[in-house]
Design a protein around this ligand. Structure first.
Ligand SMILES: NC(=O)NCCC(=O)O
Ligand SMILES: [Zn+2]
Ligand SMILES: [Zn+2]
Length: 483
């Protein structure tokens, strides 16, 4: 059975051209003019692009005394509805729990996925067992390890643990990732705010100023440099963090920054809303920022100093958010966005001229596939690639509303936003999962994607590290052993 996407314009990270796409067995088998097949999808007036890849989601995540409410069922349905055909979620061991044991739990949860998925592994504690299991995780095709510098007392790791883990990543060809906020300072500022009677959601923003992110980003970059590994910085939200990444990249360090669609399009004024629920629903870390930080993030996407746009989809209901009534530190941190990332980025980015269509594809799909070791299986419109595609109608419009979303929660942080640019079709390995706004995907259709370690950047860095490693100077008459 061949499916043909006909009369569209293919848009990739580096090319825009008119051609049909033929699909069989879940893969692209031909790209050219006048292709034929049993099933024809009309792409007249549309762009045919690699489906979005969200490199940062937390589906059914145990966090702050509860679980995020979108699981691999509702979360991946939301992804497909918005043109995203793959998610990378975080396996999160409890302190003391083995990595392979945690992985088993995420394997079980992910059986419900409607689209393809992979995992990052979080390093939430440090010890011999973690050190020993890291290569086993990589053998399973999970080649990125996340570290939290925030959430003191739960997920946070210290600098010595960070350095040890980064060095281990270098040895096994994996990519370290970092949630960069200084957890010690956040804890102290939070306690002071509470003591002074600042208990509402706005205090969440006060407790995590951009300096705590800038400091931690710079620290992680320097530690990665000393360990000889590249670094992926998740949810880069402010100029200080972007500045650290920009400077590092100009110095030849291999650092990637990932702004979220929320930080690009929503700002800190949300926390000053008179309705407690409205403000609490937007509590996430890092918090939404002042407008000048947004300008910095957009400039980073245009100039290439920031590489990927994610959601950090971690959705809690209003009822869950109310755990923090009277104490902002107990509001579960996280917001949704999986269904809205592509339409919001297209509307606020491509339609305004802030980024090009090709840059849109790069930051929502291709760059992610390349950095995360799965290109061109994912993130490409090429013969042999998986047919994870979105047929994008740039004229289609809608008003975002929780009442029509796939997500299981009862609100949407983008409620009321008008978007122009939506999927006409979303294809997951050739299966039409969404047609004209109707989700017709199948629970369990999603497959785990094993990723490759030792990407070219990791190899280059370890080669350089080895070449420049400390070596003793041999001096005549002085024994090398010092005895
Ligand atoms: N970002 C957030 O507030 N919640 C999800 C967990 C994390 O990524 O920090
Ligand atoms: Zn985080
Ligand atoms: Zn996250």
């Amino acid at each position: 059975m061949t499916t043909v996407i006909r009369n569209g314009t293919i848009v990739t990270a580096d090319l825009t051209y008119r051609a049909d796409v033929a699909i069989e067995g879940g893969q692209i088998i031909a790209i050219g003019q006048g292709l034929t097949g049993e099933t024809v999808l009309d792409a007249t007036g549309c762009y045919v692009m690699p489906g979005g890849i969200d490199p940062h989601t937390h589906l059914e995540m145990p966090f702050m005394g509860t679980y995020s409410s979108d699981d691999f069922d509702s979360g991946t349905r939301a992804a497909l509805a918005g043109g995203t055909t793959m998610v990378i979620d975080f396996a999160l061991p409890n302190p003391g729990q083995g990595l392979m044991d945690a992985l088993q739990q995420w394997d079980n949860k992910s059986k419900r996925a409607h689209c393809d998925y992979s995992f990052h592994m979080a390093v939430t504690w440090w010890g011999q067992q973690v050190f020993d299991e890291m290569p086993k995780v990589v053998e399973r095709g999970i080649t990125s390890f996340k570290h939290f510098l925030a959430y003191k007392g739960s997920l946070m790791v210290n600098d010595d643990e960070l350095f040890a883990s980064f060095k281990r990543c270098a040895e096994i060809g994996a990519i370290p990732m970092v949630h960069a906020e200084n957890g010690d300072i956040v804890a102290e500022m939070s306690a002071k705010l509470l003591a002074e009677g600042n208990t509402g959601p706005e205090a969440h923003a006060y407790s995590r100023p951009s300096q705590v992110e800038g400091e931690a980003t710079n620290r992680a970059i320097m530690i990665a440099d000393m360990a000889g590994v590249p670094l992926y910085v998740v949810h880069t939200s402010c100029e200080e963090a972007h500045e650290a990444i920009r400077r590092a990249r100009m110095q030849g360090k291999r650092v990637w920054g990932e702004p979220l669609i929320q930080h690009l399009t929503l700002d800190e004024s949300e926390y000053f809303h008179p309705d407690w629920d409205h403000a609490a629903r937007r509590v996430m870390s890092p918090p939404f920022r002042a407008k000048h930080h947004q300008d910095s993030l957009w400039a980073g996407l245009a100039s290439g100093t920031l590489s990927c746009v994610a959601t950090d989809h971690c959705a809690f209901t209003t009822e869950q958010k109310r755990f923090g009534l009277g104490n902002f530190t107990k509001i579960p941190n996280g917001t949704g966005g999986l269904e809205d990332r592509l339409p919001m980025l297209w509307s606020a980015g491509v339609n305004t001229g802030r980024i090009t269509m090709n840059e849109f594809v790069a930051v929502t799909s291709t760059n992610i596939a390349k950095i995360m070791g799965m290109y061109p299986k994912k993130g490409a419109v090429l013969v042999g690639a998986d047919a994870d595609l979105v047929v994008w109608d740039p004229e289609a419009t809608k008003t975002i509303s929780a009442s029509s979303q796939q997500s299981a929660i009862d609100y949407n942080v983008f409620e009321g936003k008008e978007v122009k640019g939506l999927p006409r079709y979303t294809l997951s390995r050739g299966m039409v999962a969404v047609a004209d706004g109707k989700v017709q995907s199948r629970e369990g259709h999603g497959q785990f994607v094993a990723r490759d370690p030792n990407g070219s950047v990791s190899k280059a860095l370890s080669t350089w590290k080895e070449l420049t490693a400390p070596r003793p100077v041999v001096r005549s008459g002085i024994p090398a052993s010092g005895v």
